[in-house]
Design a protein around this ligand. Structure first.
Ligand code: ATR
Length: 277
């Protein structure tokens, strides 16, 4: 029986995960399947029962199930527990396991795009305080960043996230973000601002530190206005598409037994798909 895998969400039609895993299956000449499956919230428990019954080797979980799936699992990774959410599931000796690969995906792409970044980044400025900010802050803390400042429109949310992850996280007012730019060695936009169809991100980069790294997890457009401006000012820029590709690596390795690479040709295929939408 060939390993069958899934990405579940609601809606799910626009998930690009099948493109990524399908390309890796073809590249490695592996027999396997990876399909989108629309699962409404009321159907999550029944779907989990199908995984336990052995219908699938595993798969990905996306909005709105990442948090809701956690209590349905037998084993969770430290990252999934810290995130309160899982995005990658697999069966191991009949036990249903879950991990969260968002932080690993973010770090994998940052490592590839700005090698040695962790030796020079002391202060990180994160815009946003949602699930993506939680994953990224957790990842940066794990890599020893000395100061991580969260600026979010809803300050209470930033304070709660900072309290939950602990030092070196701190919360700042959304209006303080411009003034925080000159101290930041790394700036990450984790909000949806700047995404196609969303309002622009207003961030004054005039005081940007020489040698700073600017990372935007938004990937539609591929190069956001923030990245265009940061590049113009000489920053190292890191885009959101790479995070999407890198977060898929651990799942594929578990389900199909081969650790895939994030290659330029795979990236080009995704870029073409995004530009075609
Ligand atoms: P995700 O899980 O992808 O991080 P999310 O939890 O919906 O998604 O978080 C979206 C982030 O974008 C939040 O930080 C949100 O700010 P609030 O917590 O104040 O809602 C931020 N965001 C979305 N629209 C925004 C806007 N117009 N101005 C400022 N921040 C915005």
């Amino acid at each position: 029986m060939i390993p069958r895998c899934f990405v579940i969400g609601h809606p799910i039609a626009h998930s690009r995960s099948p493109l990524i895993h399908g390309a890796w299956l073809a590249e490695h000449g592996l027999d396997g399947a990876y399909d989108r499956i629309d699962v409404a919230p009321a159907g999550l428990a029944a779907f989990v029962a199908r995984i336990r019954a052995g219908e699938f080797a595993g798969g990905n979980v996306t909005v709105p199930h990442k948090e809701a799936v956690l209590p349905l699992l037998d084993e969770t990774s430290e990252a999934a527990r810290a995130m309160g959410a899982a995005n990658t599931l697999w069966l191991e000796d009949g036990r249903l396991c879950g991990d969260n690969t968002d932080a690993a995906g973010f770090l994998g792409h940052l490592d590839a795009s700005a090698p040695g970044w962790d030796a020079r980044v002391r202060t990180a400025l994160l815009l946003g305080a949602g699930g993506a900010a939680r994953a990224i802050a957790h990842g940066l803390k794990g890599r020893g960043v000395a100061r991580i400042v969260l600026a979010n429109r809803n300050r209470t949310r930033a304070q709660e996230l900072a309290a939950s992850l602990g030092a070196p996280l701190e919360a700042a007012e959304w209006s303080a973000r411009h003034g925080l730019v000159p101290a930041a060695d790394l700036i990450v936009n984790t909000t949806s601002l700047g995404m196609k169809g969303q309002p622009p991100l207003d961030l004054d980069l005039s005081g940007l530190k020489p040698g700073a790294i600017v990372d935007d997890i938004v990937y539609v457009p591929l190069k956001t206005a923030l990245l265009v401006e940061a590049e113009r000012r000489g920053a190292t820029i890191v885009d959101g598409l790479g995070m999407l590709l890198h977060q898929a690596v651990p799942g594929f390795a578990r389900w199909f037994g081969v650790t895939p690479s994030v290659t330029a040709s795979l990236r080009a295929r995704l870029e073409a798909d995004i530009l075609g939408t």
